[in-house]
Design a protein around this ligand. Structure first.
Ligand code: DX5
Ligand code: ZN
Length: 216
């Protein structure tokens, strides 16, 4: 099945952000992947609401917002107001995950839950029926350009089995170290959405690279 491709703007040229947004608009990419980091949940700080608000009017594809922050439930309204289609919160950052998922949907967004590489899929057993998407981290979150953690392929297979056995249609997204080789194995294992930062933006022809990922 053709995967959805969500280029991560974390690897974009921030001095010419509008040009990179236009590139994605003109490509076969499906979503914009937007990585928000707070320097607490992850050891890095990226960007926040002003950037989301600035690009909102020119993004012609849905905004998939990945929150690598503590207490993401505090910002549901702001993320919705910034135009997000999907709000991804980390399982590890949410004490009352069920309540947070409800609030995200009530605000009119799709709800995604992200798992760090060490978090087993079994923690989703009693919440997956409420989710539109599960995001599996295939690197430790915080930075672009890291190496793919191999174990994620097997984790994707097992998550797909869980979703199928429950008769659900929850999407599986994978984020970190995605390229044509890792991407192909992830799609074969059942991934529906591939995030790619470094591989797209540091390639000589990002539009062609997105096309190649789309063909996996
Ligand atoms: C990492 C972010 C990713 C990152 C992926 O913490 O969540 O979305 O931008 O970058 P690459 O594709 O370069 O690993
Ligand atoms: Zn991400």
């Amino acid at each position: 099945m053709t995967p959805k491709i969500a280029p991560s703007l974390l690897s974009a040229d921030f001095l010419h952000l509008a040009q990179d947004v236009e590139m994605i608009n003109n490509s076969e990419a499906d979503w914009f992947h937007l990585d928000i980091m707070d320097g607490v949940f992850v050891p890095n700080i990226s960007f926040g609401f002003p950037i989301l608000q600035a690009i909102k009017p020119i993004c012609k594809k849905p905004m998939d917002v990945h929150l690598m922050i503590v207490e993401p439930q505090k910002f549901v309204k702001e993320i919705a107001a910034a135009g997000a289609y999907m709000m991804n919160v980390h399982y590890e950052a949410c004490t009352h995950l069920h309540r947070t998922i409800g609030a995200i949907k009530e605000a009119g967004m799709k709800a995604g839950v992200t798992l760090n590489p060490h978090t087993p899929i079994s923690v989703l057993e009693d919440i997956i029926q409420e989710l539109d998407m599960v995001l599996l981290m295939s690197v430790n979150p915080g930075f672009g350009g890291q190496s793919f953690i191999e174990h994620t392929v097997d984790k994707t297979t097992r998550l797909k089995e869980m979703i199928t056995s429950k008769g659900l249609n929850t999407l599986i997204q994978v984020d970190g170290g995605v390229n044509l080789e890792t991407g192909k194995r992830l799609v074969d294992a059942g991934a529906d959405v591939l995030v790619a930062g470094n591989f797209v933006f540091n390639s000589p022809d990002p539009i062609h690279t997105i096309h190649e990922l789309k063909m996996l």
